[in-house]
Design a protein around this ligand. Sequence first.
Ligand SMILES: Nc1ncnc2c1ncn2[C@@H]1O[C@H](COP(=O)(O)OP(=O)(O)OP(=O)(O)O)[C@@H](O)[C@H]1O
Length: 208
Amino acid sequence: MISINLEKKLNTYQGKHLLKVFVEMETGNLVKISGPSGAGKTTFLKMIAGLTSPDSGKILVDDLVWTDTSANINLSPQKRKTGFVFQDYALFPNMTVQQQLEYATNDQNWIQELLAFARLEPFIKHKPSQLSGGQQQRLAILRALAIKPKVLLMDEPFSALDFKTKKTLIQELKLLLDKNSISTIIVTHNPKELEALPGKELFIGEEE
Ligand SMILES: Nc1ncnc2c1ncn2[C@@H]1O[C@H](COP(=O)(O)OP(=O)(O)OP(=O)(O)O)[C@@H](O)[C@H]1O
């Protein structure tokens, strides 16, 4: 069970805005987060990853406390082991497909399994600029999964892709998540595009 209850005052160009989110999910399930631009969706993911601190709140992951502001607990990003897939992929431009995965894990069997799953084996010697948008996004997902994350966080992962590539990738992601039972939180502008992925939907909107 994962329980996340966080509050943070955001400094937006329209003034202060209170981001307040409560979500509970079974381990291995998926939650889809949507909401208007600037609502704090990315900030919410960053607080889960430990990259930004909340003003108050608690994060519990399988009985382990990641954050508890009342007890002054805030685990480092390394200790949380979250996988983060960014909107712009954030791949290392000078590393090949294989090197990006080896940077994340030493487990060669797991790397081979991931590469086979994403059909990227023929491209292991390629750098990101030599890959299509869909292949780059597959690689970004594989790299996040390579560390065998406790929670996979995805920030608008499909927004840069065309409709057909998006649809194929979402189907692939569904199989991968089902097979490996990975708890996933995915942010989208457009919840409709994630219809094929079963999971709770949560809207982050205006609070104050
Ligand atoms: N550490 C922080 N402290 C206070 N405010 C912040 C912090 N980080 C971001 N913000 C502000 O919070 C607002 C929301 O940003 P965020 O990127 O989380 O929104 P979003 O919902 O992901 O938007 P988009 O859909 O456009 O990506 C922004 O105005 C930003 O300036």
